[in-house]
Design a protein around this ligand. Structure first.
Ligand code: FE2
Length: 267
């Protein structure tokens, strides 16, 4: 099984490169399942029902979220109606939407996607580690592939989550910093891991936003509004390949055979 995870899609440029490149990548690399983080799809802040639908129509099967999941108020009503649009599972009980989705991939295998958010340098929500335990317990034994999107600021918290879930899920991928890390590997118990997948959006700014505005804020410390940057638009992804014939991991899920970083650009 081959699963593509597309890093944080930022604004119109991010959506545009997905529109331009995703279908080709899926057919050339024989991808069975596409998951993407979409919490910055609406001008960098949140996602609207229309944009979620647009991304799903482009061939993304599950959209994960993060701290920006709640930015657009129209999405709060939409979340309970679109189970393929996730928000982090470890927000307080009673918040709209869900942090986990279970479906069937193109190759007929059942999969689950779990979305978590870190707490280091971020809002103090529920503990993502214990939440991972309780959510993973809910996944039925017929689910072969499990991916966790750990949306977090601190590399340490993401690395820790990778080790914590090694041997229990097929992949743990980090999102949120918008800067890809070069530490992709398969951990000893068969879990594919990367600290951050990087961003799908313009790289001639500061993590997707217009650099002048961000630099100005660093200089004067005043509140400011930021616009999406332009130029050097990249789609940063990882491709996780599973070992379908080998022994399952300790939880009975597929082990990863490989994780590969992929970068596509338009100028
Ligand atoms: Fe984020």
């Amino acid at each position: 099984m081959r699963v593509l995870f597309v890093g944080d899609i930022v604004g119109a440029p991010g959506r545009l490169i997905v529109h331009d490149r995703l279908a080709d990548v899926v057919s050339q690399r024989q991808i069975d399942l596409v998951i993407a983080n979409g919490e910055n799809a609406a001008s960098g802040f949140g996602i609207t029902p229309r944009l979620a639908q647009e991304l799903l129509n482009l061939g993304i099967h599950v959209i994960t979220g993060g701290n920006h999941s709640w930015d657009r108020k129209e999405v709060l009503e939409y979340l309970p109606h679109e189970p393929r649009l996730l928000r982090p599972a470890n927000f307080p009980e009673g918040n709209p939407g869900s942090g986990m989705y279970t479906g069937t991939a193109k190759n007929g295998m059942k999969y689950a996607v779990l979305n978590l958010q870190g707490r280091v340098f971020m809002t103090q929500i529920d503990d993502p580690f214990h939440k991972a335990d309780s959510e993973l317990e809910k996944i039925t034994t017929d689910v072969a592939f499990v991916l966790v999107d750990m949306h977090a600021e601190a590399t340490s918290e993401k690395v820790a989550m990778g080790w914590y879930l090694d041997g229990r899920v097929t992949a743990v991928v980090g999102t949120h910093t918008h800067v890809a890390t070069a530490d992709e590997r398969v951990l000893p118990q068969g879990t594919a891991y990367i600290t951050d997948v990087g961003m799908t959006g313009p790289h001639r700014g500061v993590i997707g936003m217009d650099r002048e505005g961000i630099i100005k804020k660093f200089l004067n410390g005043l509140p400011a509004r930021f616009d999406v940057a332009s130029g050097d638009v990249q789609m940063n992804c990882v491709l996780v390949e599973t070992d379908d014939d080998g022994p399952p991991n300790a939880a009975g899920r597929l082990r990863a055979r490989a994780i590969e970083r992929l970068r596509f650009s338009i100028d």
